[in-house]
Design a protein around this ligand. Structure first.
Ligand code: ADP
Length: 394
């Protein structure tokens, strides 16, 4: 590899998972941590670890200057962002490049283009990839937005262009409710993402969410690693994911792969990405939803059926090595299911729970990706998703 020490700009199960692959490849790992994570598993697993700052993510895992300073201090020459935190922040990609660090991910330009759902929809449409029927509300007045909603037909969704995790999203069933939904979605998006841009989408009733794992060589070449079905959700957030998608007609599967590769090639994408689609239950036309320019939480089901290590692929890409397989060599085998393990209080409506992990026992024969071990503290500061269990069989 063209680098030998990599900073993992993340925490929890994904930091641990990345460290495991780095170690197998003989790379040195540099962890970063907040005050809440001084004794965390990822800190103990890494070769070296540097404190970023206080517990709140803004002062630690989201603090770009602190991460860059840690890379300097720890002698890192590359950075893996994981998912969440700074992974889809174009300013972070630029900061890494400016500091002479190799960023294990796509270009700042690709991250910025796909980080805007409005821009991503525009690029997809221009490339001939069908998008969910919708309306770009930026710059349109109230009357024009109301007319567009009427034409799409209720129910519609108001969505935040910079949105994620279901935030900044409002279902609107009647024309009378549109104005207030626009106001509240804009306010939520502005606060959560610093960008109040919203757009309309036709609501697809009881949809299937199917996504394609892609990998680009940065020069217009691209491979896919087949699809994942993430239709089992709670509050528009995935909780169980599987690969391949069950009962998916081959004609639709082929369309999904074609569309995903078209988009990946069009933007000359580099590295691992996911192109998400939504499919009506009775429909045979998959619509493009968005593209995530990072590793996904649910990537292990793809690794299971395709027999690859996507983090290794990312590191090879970052080192400037060619893609190790051709499309014909990527043959899915069997079926894989992942469940996310969240620290929650079922007796209180599944609110996030905090406390100490007393014990953790994984079922034999399953893959456990975990960010905690017996004795770990689960704090209020971060995601309640603490581990994932992945099963794979014929
Ligand atoms: P996020 O950035 O939060 O992943 P998405 O646009 O991917 O935002 O939406 C998250 C989830 O919300 C999807 O997986 C799907 O279940 C639901 N959703 C999004 N858009 C639509 C739509 N037009 N119709 C129905 N459900 C939708």
């Amino acid at each position: 590899m063209s680098f030998d020490t990599i900073l993992i700009a993340n925490r929890g199960e994904i930091a641990c998972r990345i460290i495991t692959t780095c170690r197998r490849l003989g790379l040195k790992t540099l962890a970063v941590f907040s005050d809440a994570d001084a004794g965390a598993l990822h800190v103990r697993m890494a070769d070296n670890a540097i404190r970023l700052g206080p517990a709140p993510a803004k002062q630690s895992y989201l603090n770009i200057p602190a991460v860059i300073a840690a890379a300097r201090e720890g002698g890192a020459d590359a950075v893996h962002p994981g998912y969440g935190f700074l992974s889809e922040n174009p300013a972070f990609v630029q900061a890494c490049e400016a500091a002479g660090l190799i960023f294990a991910g796509p270009s700042a330009q690709a991250v910025a283009a796909m980080g805007s759902k409005v821009e991503a929809r525009r690029i997809a449409r221009a490339a001939g990839v069908p998008v969910v029927p919708g309306f770009d509300a930026a710059g349109a007045d109230a009357a024009a937005i109301a007319a567009a909603a009427e034409q799409l037909g209720f129910p519609v969704l108001v969505k935040a262009s910079a949105g994620g995790g279901g935030r900044g999203m409002r279902r609107v069933d009647r024309a009378d409710d549109l104005a207030s939904a626009l106001t509240s979605a804009r306010a939520e998006a502005g606060t959560a993402f610093g960008d109040a841009t919203v757009f309309l989408e036709k609501l697809i009733d009881n949809p299937r969410h199917i996504e394609v794992q892609v990998f680009g060589d940065g020069q217009g070449g691209a491979l896919h690693f087949h699809e994942r079905d993430c239709s089992v959700q709670r509050n528009h957030q995935k909780i169980i994911e599987e690969a391949p998608a069950p009962n998916l007609p081959d004609a639709i599967r082929t369309q999904l792969f074609d569309h995903a590769l078209t988009l990946t090639r069009t933007i000359r994408y580099a590295g691992a990405g996911t192109v998400e689609f939504i499919l009506g239950r009775e429909s045979d036309v998959p619509f493009f939803l968005e593209m995530n320019t990072r590793l996904q939480v649910e990537h292990p089901v793809t690794e299971a059926i395709c027999g690859v290590d996507l983090v290794e692929w990312q590191l090879r890409q970052a080192a400037g090595l060619p893609l190790p397989l051709t499309q014909g060599q990527i043959m899915p085998r069997g079926h894989a299911i992942e469940v996310r393990l969240n620290a929650e209080r079922p007796d209180q409506g599944f609110i996030p729970a905090t406390g100490q992990v007393i014990d953790l026992v994984a079922p034999r024969g399953l893959r456990l990706d975990t960010g905690v071990a017996p004795g770990s503290e689960i704090s209020v500061h971060y995601d309640s998703m603490i581990a994932k269990l992945i099963a794979h069989g014929p």
